[in-house]
Design a binder for this molecule. Sequence first.
Ligand SMILES: Cc1ncc(COP(=O)(O)O)c(C=O)c1O
Length: 387
Amino acid sequence: MRIYLDHNATTPLDPLVADRMTHALREVWGNASSVHHFGQQAKAALDEARGSVASLLGADASEVVFTAGGTESDNIAIRGAAEALEPSGRRHLITSAIEHEAVLNTMKALANRGWRVTVLAVDATGIVSSDRLREAMTDDTALVSVMHANNEIGTIQPIAELAAIAHERGALFHTDAVQSAGKLPLDVRVLGVDMASIAGHKVYGPKGTGALWLKRGVRLAPPSTGGRQERNRRAGTENVPALVGFGVATEVAKAKLSGEGERLTALRDRLEAGILAAVSGSERNGAASPRVPNTTNISIERVESESLLIGLDLAGIAVSSGSACSSGTLEPSHVLKAMGLSHGRTLGSIRFSLGASNTEADVDRVLEVLPPLVEKLRSLTTVGGRK
Ligand SMILES: Cc1ncc(COP(=O)(O)O)c(C=O)c1O
């Protein structure tokens, strides 16, 4: 039996989602823009899904724009706001150094086209400080985009506080909530943001689905031209069966939220404490709290994360590494680097992200396999001369 501990990368389909999608794939194939029965059937299914997504976010269904995932939601929010506000002379954007590439690379693309972009540093625990944001704000700041929960270390940013600072200067605030949706109670009105991105495949829904929550009254330049779907905010015929699955996934996530959060916190804490106690030179990365319940990121001295990942995979355990191999060398994670961790610590980091299928037996298995694996790797290798 393989153990999957990489739920921040993606999640399997919830069985109910798979059932409802299968039904929709066969039976609900109309174009939701068509006036006849088949179109109206598709539109009704889409409306129901939109209501479910809105309910997970504490939002109104009319404010939910369906997209093809977290990346597209982030792009529509950031590019759309930047372009819509360009005529007002606001040409400054702010983000944080630990964002997902969907945000960071979108900001870079806009910087290349003349927007001024400030990337806020984070502290050693991975938190963006309100004071830093306040100092960075100017009268021409159009948009601030700071993620809710970080995908690598799970830390949660003080979004309500940051959004209030942006609003004081008349800027919009977007949050990438891809990693917090389904893991934390999420209420966009309590967060006080103007836009929030989420993705279906992180909440046991299908890949290629997502949503951008857009507060009523916020105007964006449309990202692509075409039909009038999604109230002119995202052109193209909707993928109804997939969005039906996304809707069901958000219903299941909402129903399970509190119980599952407590269960995963207990499992995660047991795993983390077990590793820190059994593996010499291991340290948790990022703040212990506030943090999403399912994530722990741990650095292990004198081993490379890629070797650990492969060793664990051979033992049937799937995790993710905090460094990636690029052109034959290990590239440390930009998140851990931004937190100021030493090179060695960034290269030996692994992320465990737990989810629905995980049990205490899975945690015990990791605690059985990991310590001897670390010892074996240490006896075999010297990491870049940093033994
Ligand atoms: C924080 C965050 N934002 C955005 C994305 C991109 O989402 P998608 O894969 O649906 O495009 C991810 C996916 O890993 C993520 O973790």
